[in-house]
Design a binder for this molecule. Sequence first.
Ligand code: FAD
Length: 324
Amino acid sequence: MMSAHRAVGYQGILAAEVGQTTVNEPLSNHNSWQIGGPADLLVEPENSTQVANVMRFVQHYQLPLVVIGQGTNLLFDDVGVRGVVLKIGARMDYIDIDGTRIVAGAGTWVPQLARMAMCAGLTGLEHCIGIPGTLGGLVMMNGGSHRHGIGEHVVRVTVVDKDATIQRLSAAECRFDYRYSALQERGAVVVEVELECPHGTPGAIRREMLLDLRERRRKFPRKQPNCGSVFLSTSAMHESVGPPGKIIEEAGLKGLRCGGAEVSRQHANFIVNRGGATSADVLRLISRIRSEIRKQLGFDLRCEVRYVSPNGEISPADRMADRL
Ligand SMILES: Cc1cc2nc3c(=O)[nH]c(=O)nc-3n(C[C@H](O)[C@H](O)[C@H](O)COP(=O)(O)OP(=O)(O)OC[C@H]3O[C@@H](n4cnc5c(N)ncnc54)[C@H](O)[C@@H]3O)c2cc1C
């Protein structure tokens, strides 16, 4: 573990090169479940040069690095992260629209991007209007809704690689697939995204977005901290057993509780923090849901939510839940 003294030392070295840094920052302030212990060092860069400086720094000092956006798809451990957490957020938030081309910073708030596209009369991002994360996180996860993924409109992604070089990757190089991109294995930081969205009918775009937001307000728990859908919902799964929310509900698991974590009574594919939930509570609940569904349907539910270990490794949360 990095001592407080060492963390302050690292902060002194980094501060000159990367803008805002915070020592011992509670990660519960940086994810939508409001769970997680402190990060030794949290860094919020303003541009790709500062991101490259952070990459050089962690390589030089051999420190674990975790890249995050808004933390709306992440479960941090109760003991936090013994290393550097790099947050690509509001400081790297910009949107430029030229014709049908959109260039946006990775820290851009996705609903704002969708709204700007609508105002410019561009179609294709309607399904993103209710996704509460950053563009970088969305591209990394190839997130989306209504069976769409952001990858459908990506032309190029600018990343800072582990060796601190800046690379421009084509959509083909990102190998987008259902809730997957090759970026997940590359360990690179997304800093900018170029999208191509065709012209559409502004009224129709707006109507679709309003419909989506209305649906979300009706279906999803809004008042209790959560991380969106916990389990993956693939089309193969829909055909064989149905969507995760439905099968968890039919298995009688709504309201099942481990400590402060509860299967939402509103939507069974959500786990909500009823107050004071720990990462161990969430992982135990994931494990109980998985084993019950395995027992009842012989089906192995996989997690969309990703667990961040204290040494900075990120993996689907079911892998960690299985180890409990
Ligand atoms: C209420 C609610 C509803 C949601 N609805 C949807 C939905 O409809 N569809 C959907 O797909 N998701 C949904 N989500 C999940 C989540 O919002 C998305 O996955 C979102 O795109 C994650 O963005 P983020 O900035 O929060 O990323 P984070 O959760 O911070 O990170 C997610 C992953 O991306 C990586 N990452 C983040 N930023 C970068 C970067 N700049 N460079 C490299 N790696 C990066 C992280 O390391 C991590 O592996 C929902 C979540 C909530 C809470």
